[in-house]
Design a protein around this ligand. Structure first.
Ligand code: ATP
Length: 447
């Protein structure tokens, strides 16, 4: 057994001081502590795990996870003490997916400096998969995650990515006709641009918040939305230059795309589509606001586009559960978005009434407004979701949304389903509703 320099620990003014001998002290801000765990294979002593900030002068350096061994934990910090949760104690190693192109490309550094040391301190076996292409997570999901789930093998997947990694797993699981015996547990370590799901479940403090949740969470079913697209719909790929079929089987009466976050048309879908280029991606989440400005203030000085289409909502009576259909009077729109989650980015609170993983679909819509007014409404969303109280905004619980597009140009018939862009054919339609199956679990810790 290796000798460990176990320290004594005291807390004063929000700082944990771990002392080995006079003058040999390590001070840790309590906010930086990820958790306190028993030292593996030692009779006594704990490791205080925390993320040390600073380090190399590199914007992509995410900090470093460090463990400081202490003999006993001050009672005021006993709530930080955690057992290794059961979902990390499976016989199978933890499967770590590092999505190398997520966000500004920091996932590999997050793995190296934060996640790998964390797993080592917990004494956990793991397997690492680094993405080599945009297909890697889809392939892994088919060849490993789905296979294990169908064989009844419990598994935990640690996803260092943005929303895209989760969506790829959703896609494979929900499109499979195989029977899933044991849904996998997925833990998110936010490394993407928007990180909508991670932000929505409270992981708003970077990778460290992912590890806190990994230690303290509970597996909860991930609510999924189903987007049915009229038969001529095609995926937009290659930065807008290419088209690909949505389903491999042709001749369906519609195509289906599954999502966990959002389905939209209008300003949101168009700005996601326009900003999905390597040039824009360099700007991180700024890219969405940059693309929004381009759309709201067209370079030919015209007004922003008025999106034409008929929207029909199906709502459920809170008293009786009876379903009711209603067609919106407005046939011109600027913003149309159905979502299952509260946040689309860390500070972009699009649906403040949504509970994390609550599963209620909500619609947000507003009609054509001047560019400055649209900017004001968007800004209110960044200010605690205040936009939903504005009279011009429709914000309501829905069971189903159907959009019938009345646009000549394909550019205005592009919709976004969890970041995937679909071009709907002229005269086509989109229908969004909640998916009843529960095939994936997310590790979630209630605040
Ligand atoms: N090595 C790689 N080569 C090419 N594409 C990759 C590679 N690794 C990941 N990708 C792709 O990069 C994209 C990263 O998406 P992801 O959602 O993880 O990050 P993001 O788009 O920055 O964040 P968010 O979706 O939260 O806004 C995915 O489409 C993924 O398939």
């Amino acid at each position: 057994m290796a000798a460990i320099n176990i320290r004594t620990a005291t807390v004063t003014d929000g700082i944990l001081t771990c002392t080995s001998s006079p003058g040999d002290e390590i001070q840790i801000q309590l906010d930086d502590i990820v958790g306190v765990v028993q030292i593996p294979e030692h009779d006594r002593g704990y490791n205080v795990l925390f993320v040390e900030r600073g380090g190399p002068d590199d914007v992509n350096f995410p900090g470093r996870l460090t463990g400081v061994p202490i003999s006993s934990l001050p009672s005021s910090l006993s709530h930080l003490m955690t057992e290794v949760p059961s979902y990390l104690q499976h016989d199978a190693p933890v499967q770590v997916v590092v999505s190398t192109r997520s966000g500004t490309g920091a996932a590999s550094a997050v793995f190296q400096h934060i996640v790998r040391p964390f797993l080592a301190y917990l004494g956990l076996n793991h397997e690492v998969y680094e993405t080599q292409s945009s297909q890697t997570i889809l392939e892994l999901s088919q060849s490993r995650f789905l296979k294990h789930a169908c064989a009844g093998k419990p598994q935990t997947i640690l996803l260092l990515s943005g929303d895209g990694g989760l969506i790829d797993i959703v896609d494979v699981f929900y499109k499979s006709s195989r029977s899933i015996e044991v849904p996998p547990n997925i833990a998110l370590i936010p490394c993407g641009t928007g990180n909508a799901m991670a932000s929505s479940i409270g992981l708003r403090n970077g990778p460290a918040s992912g590890l806190v949740t990994l230690l303290r969470g509970t597996p909860c079913s991930v609510p999924i939305l189903t987007a049915k697209v009229s038969p001529g719909g095609q995926l937009v790929i290659d930065e807008g230059h290419g088209r690909a079929p949505i389903d491999v089987q042709p001749d369906l009466p519609h195509h289906t795309i599954y999502g966990a976050v959002v389905a939209s048309w209008g300003l949101h879908a168009t700005l996601v589509a326009d900003s999905d280029t390597s040039e824009y991606r360099k700007f991180g989440s700024e890219r969405f606001q940059m693309a929004a400005k381009e759309l709201l203030y067209p370079s030919d000085n015209t007004e922003p586009h008025r999106f034409q289409g008929k929207i029909t909502l199906t709502t459920s009576s809170p008293q009786t559960g009876e379903l009711r259909e209603e067609t919106l009077a407005a046939q011109e729109h600027m913003y149309v978005l159905a979502t299952l989650v509260p946040r689309l980015e860390k500070e972009f609170l699009i649906s403040p009434a949504s509970e994390p993983l609550g599963g209620q679909l909500r619609l947000l819509q507003f009609g054509p407004v001047p560019a400055a007014e649209a900017m004001r409404l968007m800004t209110l969303a960044y200010q605690g979701g205040q936009h939903v109280a504005e009279p011009s905004v429709t914000y309501t619980e829905v069971e189903r949304v159907r959009i019938e597009f009345q646009e000549e140009q394909e550019r205005w018939r592009r919709v976004c389903i969890d970041g995937k862009i679909v071009a709907i054919e002229a005269g086509g339609w989109l229908e969004i509703c909640k998916e009843p199956r529960e095939l994936l679990y997310l590790i979630y810790s209630k605040p």
